[in-house]
Ligand binder design. Structure first.
Ligand SMILES: Cc1cc2nc3c(=O)[nH]c(=O)nc-3n(C[C@H](O)[C@H](O)[C@H](O)COP(=O)(O)OP(=O)(O)OC[C@H]3O[C@@H](n4cnc5c(N)ncnc54)[C@H](O)[C@@H]3O)c2cc1C
Length: 558
């Protein structure tokens, strides 16, 4: 058994920031990650990170934009904390070495982003995540924090109502090991890959979120799934909102800048839920191009600016679609992008389970409510990563390391569960997974209605049954990807079920959850967070109030 005061699950921005903070506060902390930290999805973030650095900007203005963007479902006390902490966290990253793009007079440059009343998004070209993640990885290495690479966490250990560590599989050897900890921080990112079309890395399967679900923690607001308006046709790789921030236009096949109909003032820079629905409407009503897409045109920005600010998306367009955006418009369509819901926690990362913290995309603080603004997710990782690390360090200072015995039972249970997966016959994980992705895409997408959602709920229930029959034929003992996929599939199916059931029951339209059979937001009935508790057949849904401080819900207009 391996022990540390604190184990952080996940080597993305949230995990590394939490680990660094806990270390700086004197705790013995380790990071465990299924991939090398710099392969975490954070590395792919393009457009930027929000902070009210401008002299005419303020954290209050940032908070208002965030709350309005969230369609009033965000907890306003948490939003205030995030927006207040933002400038300090971003400048700290700069001092640690992040090379942000600059203004001519040497300040950190900021670009306009969707739903923001001010150019507030700091960026490093269109490779902001890459720059931030490498900076934090350097800091964590400098601090000498132990990193367990290529370990898949398969189970949390809960003893007498407290999370006391976890079980993980070392993927190069397929060995299971017990990790004891006084506190565990989940920083496992999103679940994009339960959808067919997603901008997310292939590793983003949400397994970390399902670990908490199984440990008895309810999942919050899972029906709110963000679809990014502009993903590259074919591969669905992200074409950053920064492209519109820098002045890009959206055109339908009639060469109309159609956003003028849907968001007269903010046009292409309306929040993502609105732009994604607008594009989908154009496509559905026959004004998109054949194959289901519209054009994102940045040709008028000129080669110099494109190279300087959007060099990454230029290269991606050339490599993956054979299109050079300097000369031609980019074919784009909406795709799953971000998980607004997740493991509920307070502004210090504490979840309802003693000893368990959460931060980053897997968490639901909730600062994004029903729709996240671009640039607020990178921000969330470093603001709440730091806070979770700080509070976990305080928590472990006063308590003893748990004894060994409860872990051994859990280890036996896990060994048994994995041996049951092995064998001939049964289903192949990929067949079940692809059916899940297809139903989620079809029926729990940008537009939803009762018939589709009911079909999704029924299908996912059936797929969960079939999922129990998945068998792993490969007996490889090193990097057995069939086994790893089969393990994670179980979590994907459960999350799909939670999302679909939550969406079916929520009879209103709010942010990214848009019901064609309930077009209006219904604050009387639905200004509340969903909590989904694990039960063997499917989630038990409960609700809790939204915290409102200074911004009373209003109609959202852009
Ligand atoms: C293409 C793209 C571009 C984006 N651009 C922006 C942007 O410009 N601005 C913005 O604000 N947001 C952006 N986002 C969103 C933002 O990048 C993410 O929400 C954020 O980086 C998530 O960070 P994280 O640390 O929570 O998780 P991740 O970076 O996803 O890291 C998750 C970590 O958890 C580990 N892990 C997961 N499960 C397990 C397990 N069971 N066992 C062991 N380890 C596990 C993984 O190995 C990984 O290290 C973008 C997202 C995408 C997909």
């Amino acid at each position: 058994m391996i022990t540390h005061d604190i184990i952080v699950v996940g080597g993305g921005l949230a995990g590394l920031r939490a680990a660094l903070e806990a270390h700086l506060r004197g705790a013995d902390v380790a990071v465990i990650s299924k991939v090398h930290p710099i392969r975490s999805h954070s590395v792919a973030a393009q457009g930027g990170i929000n902070a009210s650095l401008g002299k005419d900007d303020s954290w209050e203005a940032h908070a208002l934009d965030t709350v309005k963007g969230s369609d009033y479902l965000a907890d306003q006390d948490a939003v205030e904390v995030m927006c207040r902490d933002a400038p300090g966290r971003v400048l700290e990253m700069e001092h640690w070495g992040t090379l942000f793009s600059r203004t001519p007079d040497g300040h950190i440059a900021q670009r306009p982003f969707g739903g923001a009343g001010f150019p507030r998004t700091c960026y490093a070209g269109d490779r902001t995540g890459h720059n931030l993640l490498h900076t934090l990885h350097e800091q964590v290495m400098r601090a000498g924090v132990k990193i367990y690479l290529e370990w898949l966490v398969t189970r949390l250990v809960v003893d007498k109502g407290r999370c006391t560590g976890l079980i993980a599989m070392h993927t190069p050897s397929s060995k299971l090991e017990v990790f004891g900890a006084k506190a565990t921080v989940l920083a496992t990112g999103g679940y994009g890959r339960i959808y067919q079309r997603s901008t997310n890395a292939i590793i983003n399967r949400g397994y970390g979120i399902s670990l908490a679900y199984h440990a008895g923690v309810p999942l919050q607001d899972m029906e709110f799934v963000q679809f990014h308006p502009t993903t590259l046709l074919g591969s669905n790789i992200l074409m950053t909102e920064g492209a519109r921030g820098e002045g890009g236009y959206l055109y339908n096949k009639l060469h109309e800048r159609f956003m003028s109909i849907y968001a007269h003032d903010m046009m292409e820079l309306a929040p993502r839920d609105i732009v994604a629905r607008s594009i989908q409407t154009e496509i559905d009503e026959g004004r998109g191009f054949e194959g289901g897409y519209v054009h994102l045109d940045i040709t008028h920005l000129g080669e110099k600016k494109i190279e300087e600010r959007l060099g990454g998306i230029r290269q991606i367009s050339i490599d993956f679609a054979g299109i050079d955006p300097v000369k031609e418009p980019i074919p784009v369509q909406p795709g799953q992008h971000y998980s607004m819901g997740g493991v509920p926690c307070d502004v210090n990362g504490a979840t309802p389970l003693d000893g368990l913290y959460a931060a980053g995309e897997c968490a639901c603080v909730s600062v994004h409510g029903a729709n996240r603004l671009g640039g607020n997710s990178l921000l969330e990782t470093i603001v709440f990563g730091k806070r979770a690390g700080e509070h976990a360090a305080g928590y472990v200072a006063g308590i003893a390391m748990p004894g060994e015995s409860p872990y051994l039972d859990e280890l036996d249970r896990e060994k048994e569960a994995i041996s049951q997966l092995m064998g001939e016959g049964g289903e192949n994980f990929a067949v079940v997974r692809d059916e899940l992705r297809s139903v989620m895409q079809q029926d729990v997408g940008v537009f939803r209605n009762r018939t589709g959602l009911q079909r999704a709920v029924d299908t996912v229930r059936m797929l969960r049954e079939r999922g129990r029959n998945v068998r792993v034929k490969s007996s490889a003992t090193s990097f057995n990807f069939e086994l790893l996929n089969a393990i994670e599939l179980k979590g994907m199916l459960e999350l799909g079920q939670v999302i679909a059931e939550g969406a079916l029951v929520r009879e209103e339209s709010r942010g990214a959850h848009y019901r064609t059979d309930f077009l209006e937001r219904d604050d009387e009935q639905w200004l509340k967070h969903t909590l989904a508790y694990y039960a063997p057949v499917g989630p038990r849904l409960e609700y809790k109030d939204v915290t409102i401080t200074q911004f009373q819900p209003k109609k959202r207009e852009y």
